[in-house]
Design a protein around this ligand. Sequence first.
Ligand SMILES: *Cc1c(COP(=O)(O)O)cnc(C)c1O
Length: 356
Amino acid sequence: MPGPQPRPNVAQIPTYVAGRPPTVRPGMTSYKLSSNENPYPPLPGVVEAAHRAVETMNRYPDMRNAALYEALAARLGVPAGHLAAGTGSVALIYQLLSAFCEPGDEVVYAWRSFEAYPIAVAAAAARSVQVPVTADGRHDLDAMLAAITPRTRCVMVCTPNNPTGPAVSQRDLDAFLDAVPEHVLAVVDEAYLEFVRMDDAVDGLATYRDRANVVLFRTFSKAYGLAGFRVGYAVAQEPVAAALRAVSLPFGVSTPAQAAAVASLEAEAALLERVDALVAERDRVGSGLRELGWDVPDAQGNFVWFGLGERTAAFASAADGLGIVVRPFAGEGARVSIGEVEANDRLLELARTFPR
Ligand SMILES: *Cc1c(COP(=O)(O)O)cnc(C)c1O
């Protein structure tokens, strides 16, 4: 007799390929540049706040995330009711799709983009409509608009785009949002927001304020360096934010995670200094690569993209030999996070020695 059967969409959920940890080699420090993590440890105040919170681990966390919402509302200048926290912004993608999608509804997003999108879409029994990015790794916003049908429930804009790097401009985003039907959710995934340094950069908060269908996704995992603690949040008008909160896992964000996020917001000046240092490294790597003749897309996050096609695996294994672990996407390219100065130097060394 057959056992219990999951819904048919479950068999279609792609497996998340996590960035590999570095290979341990005697006499050589190895660096993990495969998950877009922040190479800096959390600031001392953050560790202490988390330690204090750990002492109450016999108690459930504050389910209402009150201190975190209060700190975010003050920092961003938005009502607390416009916020929804989750266990990383990946969880918020699941929450959004489970709150808004019926089975078979369509979700339009660029591809290649964030690996969690097709997983979350399949888990919600919705349908992915993937619109190829341009040759220089940008969203093709016109093609994304053209892909919207009566079944479309959600469009997602990942800016800067993971893994290719470029960000959309405010002007292009506005023109896009003006054309998205009002009943279609428009996600702006701003996971790498703090690293953006470009003219006409997106101002997410100004963008969501007068649009009922816009949802911003943000995270403490990247610039804030709290990837291991799992805290992200969404900003949207009250009805959408309330729906996200309604379907959230009760007690999802742990007390240490909430405390660390609040302390990180308090230490923001110091954190943003570290972000500036990473941006300087990113730009050093970017110009180094271009001097070596590599044509890499504009990098607005904390990573660079090598569109290597069939040579991706060879590049990843050459990187391994130099003690850096990159994130290969078989047959497409490799994403390399900006890390410690020494790690970035090794990437430049790899770019010098690997045939272009
Ligand atoms: C890393 C990342 C996230 C955030 O993930 P968390 O679940 O918050 O750790 C969201 N979107 C994109 C595009 C990312 O690269």
